[in-house]
Ligand binder design. Structure first.
Ligand SMILES: [Zn+2]
Length: 66
């Protein structure tokens, strides 16, 4: 089972959380932040991350978002 939790707050992660972490932080990452914690680390807003997820999914060019 592919069940992971945020390494900062322990919240269960969705596939999108993992994909955007790989996209923005480290493609080969094995530990991940949820969107909220990632936003804090990157000093951007959760809305910006969600917009990026929507963008990558819409373009269909990023293999991390399927
Ligand atoms: Zn978190």
């Amino acid at each position: 089972m592919n069940y992971r939790t945020c390494m900062e707050c322990g919240k269960p992660l969705l596939a999108d959380d993992i994909a955007i972490h790989r996209k923005l932080v480290n493609r080969g990452a094995e530990e991940f932040f949820c969107i909220d914690c990632l936003a804090v680390k990157l000093c951007i807003t959760r809305e910006m991350i969600e917009a990026l997820i929507a963008y990558y999914r819409r373009t269909g060019r990023c293999t991390l978002f399927v």
